[in-house]
Write a protein that binds this ligand. Structure first.
Ligand code: TYM
Length: 339
């Protein structure tokens, strides 16, 4: 299993883990290996409080279809449960079931400097890719900071693309605290050691918005079609190649045991008669994905047939999460004179 790298500068008090994923598309292999896998494995290993949520307020910065959003929220909850999140060990909830995060967002916005948001890389990237930005997209990191600070979180397991947002949360907490006293705790990012930046089928970062992602539960023909798209070149199997330069090996590394992975690498490096071609490697990858997620696919099918159970888990999660956020909101209101 992937051990997260040691965090630095974490708050020394009791540990609280928190993270969120947007329901703006189907969860993909980058979300799984970079984040969701940690969200599922950490609670079983680390006796501490764990909060994981579906960031539907954030998704509204790009979503425009209410039915699709509702379905994706449910699908995301089912994804977590099917992959093995234990609701007794971790609180799973919907972001918008805790409206207090919006109040905390406003408080953080009143003490945070504008320059923090102007430097946000993820906003700039989205605009450079042609997304017409709304105000919510610009404010996105403030809401994310409120998500983190509302639950007194100290450790935030995420992929590398979210690290700057967590630094912004640290700065926003520090600004508020410097004016009103110690209200918010200092959070730190927690990254997967090996998979904090999973590539997409085209070799760029895998992303819900780049059209280069592979859904965790993809299977059969659509899976084969997607893996067929992984970029290769026209060199023949016999030609000796450096596996480090092959995108296919970045994918195989997500699934194969180290000894098997090294075996394939060595055969590609050596080349010659009988060396595996790209087609062979893709077949191996397809089989590995099918096998890895087969049990979760079966659980997903069961959960799809039991919507009441999913609702029950989300409602229970919301009650627990909300109690924490209300306490933080009240503390922050008192500190700045609103109560
Ligand atoms: P989102 O929905 O873009 O991604 C969910 C999680 O998956 C990670 N991730 C990746 N990791 C490795 N390789 C990739 N290619 C890859 N793509 C995505 C992300 O880093 C993330 O951990 N802003 C957040 C949601 C959020 C949040 C929060 C997270 C809202 N409030 C508070 C933590 C704490 C987002 O859009 O994630």
């Amino acid at each position: 299993m992937t051990l997260p790298i040691a965090d630095t500068g974490a708050d020394a008090g009791p540990k609280t883990y928190l993270s969120g994923v947007q329901p703006s598309g189907l969860q993909h292999l980058g979300n799984y290996f970079g984040a969701i896998r940690q969200h599922i494995e950490l609670p079983a290993r680390e006796p501490a409080e764990h909060f994981y949520f579906i960031a539907d307020y954030h998704a509204l910065t790009t979503s425009r279809d209410r039915d699709e959003l509702r379905n994706r929220v449910r699908e995301t909850a089912i994804t977590y449960l099917a992959l093995g999140l234990d609701p007794k060990l971790a609180t799973l909830f919907r972001q918008s079931d805790v409206p207090e995060v919006q109040e905390i967002t406003w408080l953080l916005a009143t003490t945070g400097g504008l320059g923090l948001l102007e430097r946000a890389v993820s906003f700039k990237e989205k605009v450079e890719r042609g997304l017409k930005p709304n105000i919510g997209l610009f404010l996105y990191p403030v809401l994310m900071a409120a998500d983190i600070l509302a639950y007194d979180s100290t450790l935030v397991p995420v992929g590398a693309d979210q690290v700057q947002h967590i630094e912004i949360a640290q700065d926003l907490a520090a600004s508020f605290n410097s004016v009103y006293g110690e209200v918010f705790r200092r959070p730190s990012a927690l990254l997967s050691k090996e998979h904090s930046k999973v590539p997409g089928l085209d070799g760029q970062k895998m992303s819900k918005s780049y059209g280069n992602s592979l859904w965790i539960f993809e299977s059969g023909k659509p899976l084969a079609k997607a893996i067929g798209k992984i970029a290769t070149d026209s060199r023949p199997p016999e030609e000796a190649k450096d596996p480090a330069g092959l995108l296919l090996f970045d994918f195989l590394a997500l699934f194969l045991a180290p000894s098997e992975l090294e075996d394939w690498r060595e055969r590609v490096r050596r080349g010659g008669v009988g060396a595996p071609g790209y087609g062979h490697l893709k077949q191996r990858l397809i089989a590995a994905v099918e096998e890895r997620f087969a049990p979760a696919r079966a659980r997903r099918a069961e959960l799809l047939a039991d919507p009441a159970e999913v609702d029950r888990i989300l409602e229970q999660g919301a009650r627990k999460a909300r109690a924490r956020a209300v306490a933080t909101r009240d503390r922050a209101f008192r500190a700045c004179g609103l109560r």
